[in-house]
Design a protein around this ligand. Structure first.
Ligand code: GSH
Length: 212
């Protein structure tokens, strides 16, 4: 039995598929259409009660969700992929710090930007909230940008799961404007360019972000 990834092109499943690709693993892919709201179906919520993708079924049959946890888990299960710096190195601490930052400070804003009416029913208030969430995502990405150290990778130690996670947000609607990206998060743009050229990851990049 292999891994089964529940996700959709363009979604957060990118992180999981990219990390697995670096480990030389291709998961079976089970499409969950966000457009059809399949993430909220009874069947899918039996796997992830939170009603969100990605979800990963491990070879043992256990389901794991939460992108940050999945990145760390894949790094632990596939040490040969060197997705995280060595235990106890200073860079390991920074990797965990920024993975947690992306999970707690950026990802929750995406739900507000994508589904503002879940938070306020009134149409005009929802539109204002959506704009505020988009602005917040951009501000938070500027914080990530300022912390990026490498040439081009985020950590001075080289490529890691942080690169995969940070770049994903830079490709989504809230940060999609190329002129904004180049002006405000140029180091993350450089990471994206380098990431898209990694041999193992290239097909995953093309699947999720065919337009770059
Ligand atoms: N806490 C989750 C968030 C995942 C998430 O927000 N996924 C989005 C797609 S990228 C989703 O499923 N959105 C659909 C919805 O909120 O209904 C994680 O870290 O993986």
């Amino acid at each position: 039995m292999t891994y089964i990834l529940y996700g959709e092109k363009g979604s957060g499943a990118f992180c999981v598929e990219a990390a697995l690709a670096e480990a030389g693993v291709t998961p079976a892919f089970h499409e969950i259409s966000l457009e059809k709201d399949e993430q909220r179906s009874e069947d899918f919520r039996a796997l992830n009660p939170s009603g969100k993708i990605p979800a990963l079924k491990l070879p043992s049959g256990a389901i794991v969700t939460e992108t940050a946890a999945l990145l760390v888990l894949i790094a632990e299960r596939h040490p040969e992929a060197a997705l995280l710096p060595p235990l106890e190195s200073p860079e390991r601490a920074q990797a965990l710090r920024w993975i947690a930052f992306l999970a707690s400070e950026v990802y929750p804003m995406v739900e507000i930007a994508d589904y503002p009416e879940r938070f306020v029913a009134e149409h005009k208030a929802a539109a204002i909230l959506q704009l505020a969430a988009k602005r917040r995502i951009r501000q938070r990405m500027e914080v990530v940008e300022a912390a990026a150290l490498g040439e081009p990778w985020f950590l001075s130690s080289g490529f890691s799961a942080v690169d995969i996670y940070a770049v994903m947000f830079s490709r989504w609607r809230e940060c999609r404007s190329e002129s904004w990206r180049e002006a405000h998060i140029p180091k993350i743009c450089a990471i994206a360019a380098a990431l898209s050229e990694r041999p193992a990851l290239k097909p995953v990049w093309e699947k999720y972000f065919p337009l770059g």
